[in-house]
Design a protein around this ligand. Structure first.
Ligand code: SF4
Length: 490
């Protein structure tokens, strides 16, 4: 292998002999996405909120293209549109102009600003800019039609973290900007039928968010006279990114976590946070605990019976109500499916990849159904990932190779030795599946080569059942296809 002194490749270095040993210094087919992309999804999951990417136009174009291909919905993401001069002298004026334009043309309730690699590299002080803008706005010195949307800011350089870090950071930015001081008066607290809870949903599909609403509402019953349920679920892009078709185009679709509900998060009885922010992102759950005294409970995404049971056990504790019978029935159906499908799955080997939260939940589920996750991989560099993943494995502890800060080329190298029977993750894994000749079970984000990625259900007993069926059927189809005469009865 020949390398320059700086560790970069010279042209001609990419031959098959050096491909393997060189992989540790270069990223090929990254298994992570850009941080402001994750932030943009959160912002689109807040009522009347539009994301504004502070940087060059290419960043927002890339994010729009990526998100549209998964959700198959129009999504407006604004840009402060850095030019060469902004890159040298700073983007303050670009940002102010963008805030004016957005206020006038979209009339949003909130604008979420996310920074880019370029803005962070040149040291943009966006919080200071926003304070200056708000001062000018108060004095009537802006061309903003007198509109004053809430402004909040997420610091999201992609060289510091992944789309997951951007996702958690944006939740923190919205919550810390809006969740007021506010302990309720005793009278207000007594008037509540149920204590209010916060649920941070994690990076999941639009269908998953609808499922979480369904679960919460099955416990809480109908809304109060103002149409309000006793919980805040954030973010909520179940309608904004997966709504019905329209007669006429709407710049800001209806739906999203209500701003008033975010304001109430500081006086909730507890925060249930699905997933865990890495050290590269701020943590809204801890912020609510430290600044508002709201107790925090972190839980794995409810995928698999064990994780679902833990999730369903929390709600009766918080609300003092029994689990509705329908969930017992769903659980029973899932157990029955485990029994039916066991013979197809037991001892099978899987390669799973994606975000840390998703992989931990998926590994726990596969372990539970007798599948060995021989490789559990993420593109994120997260020191806590390995120990967290080990802690969720009961049977396959020794048989799982954990890869963090990795890419698809690195996964392929290891997979050639470890020989998984199937791989499971988003559509970028097609590269692996084709090279290994095994089925790809599509789930997570993004799904760019199939319809309905936003409607894949992963969470809860029903989501687990869906994943279970997908895995069984993928393996059965592969066996059927390989066999020269095929089977019609397996
Ligand atoms: S990785 Fe950085 S430069 Fe690339 S699109 Fe994302 S923010 Fe922009």
């Amino acid at each position: 292998m020949s390398l320059t002194e700086t560790g970069n490749f010279r042209s001609g270095d990419f031959c098959s002999e050096n491909f393997r040993s060189a992989s540790f210094i270069s990223t090929r087919n990254a298994c992570k996405l850009c941080a402001p992309l994750g932030a943009s999804l959160v912002m689109r999951g807040i009522e009347g909120c539009i994301p504004l990417i502070h940087g060059s136009q290419g960043c927002s174009t890339y994010i729009r293209r990526y998100v549209i291909s998964h959700f198959r919905e129009p999504i407006d993401i604004a840009s402060s549109n850095f030019t060469e001069s902004a890159a040298i002298f700073g983007g303050r004026e670009n940002l102010f102009t963008a805030l004016d334009n957005l206020s006038r043309s979209y009339r949003p309730l909130a604008i979420g600003v996310a920074s880019t690699c370029l803005a962070e590299t040149i040291g943009e002080d966006v919080p200071m800019y926003l304070r200056q803008y708000e001062t000018e706005r108060r004095r009537g010195g802006r061309n903003n039609a007198g509109l004053e949307p809430v402004l909040f800011y997420a610091s999201t350089p992609s060289y510091r973290g992944t789309h997951m870090d951007g996702f958690h950071e944006a939740i923190y930015a919205a919550v810390s900007a809006l969740a007021g001081e506010g302990k309720k008066s005793t009278k207000e607290a007594e008037a509540e039928a149920l204590p209010r809870i916060n649920l941070v949903s994690g990076f999941v599909s639009a269908e998953d968010i609808r499922e979480l609403h369904d679960i919460l509402r099955s416990f809480s019953g109908p809304p109060d006279s103002r149409g309000r349920y006793p919980y805040t679920l954030i973010p909520d892009y179940s309608e904004t990114l997966d709504g019905p078709s329209w007669e006429t185009y709407r710049k800001l679709p209806e739906g999203g976590t209500r701003l008033d509900d975010i304001r109430l998060m500081g006086s909730a009885a507890a925060t249930l946070y699905l997933g865990r922010p890495s050290a590269n992102a701020s943590d809204a759950g801890h912020w609510l605990l430290e600044h508002r005294g709201v107790p925090l409970l972190n839980a794995e995404l409810p995928i698999g019976i064990e994780n679902c049971d833990s999730f369903f056990a929390v709600l009766p504790e918080l609300w003092g109500r029994e689990r509705p019978e329908r969930w017992t029935e769903e659980r029973g159906r899932l157990v029955d499916a485990y029994i039916d499908g066991h013979k197809y799955l037991n001892g099978k080997r899987a390669l799973i990849y994606g975000e840390e939260d998703f992989i931990c939940a998926l590994a726990s589920f596969l372990d539970e159904i007798g599948v060995v996750p021989v490789i559990a991989a993420t593109g994120a560099e997260n020191p806590g990932f390995r120990s967290r993943l080990r802690s969720v494995l009961r049977n396959a502890k020794e048989g799982t190779e954990i890869m963090d800060d990795t890419d698809f080329a690195g996964m392929l190298e290891r997979a050639k030795f470890l020989k998984p029977d199937f791989i499971m993750g988003h559509s970028k894994g097609l590269y692996l599946a084709r090279n290994l000749g095994v089925p790809l079970v599509r789930c997570g984000f993004p799904i760019h080569d199939r319809i309905g990625g936003q409607r894949i259900l992963h969470l809860g007993y029903r989501g687990t059942l869906n994943l279970f069926d997908l895995i069984c059927n993928a393996l059965m189809e592969a066996k059927q296809t390989r066999h020269e005469s095929g089977y019609t009865y397996i």
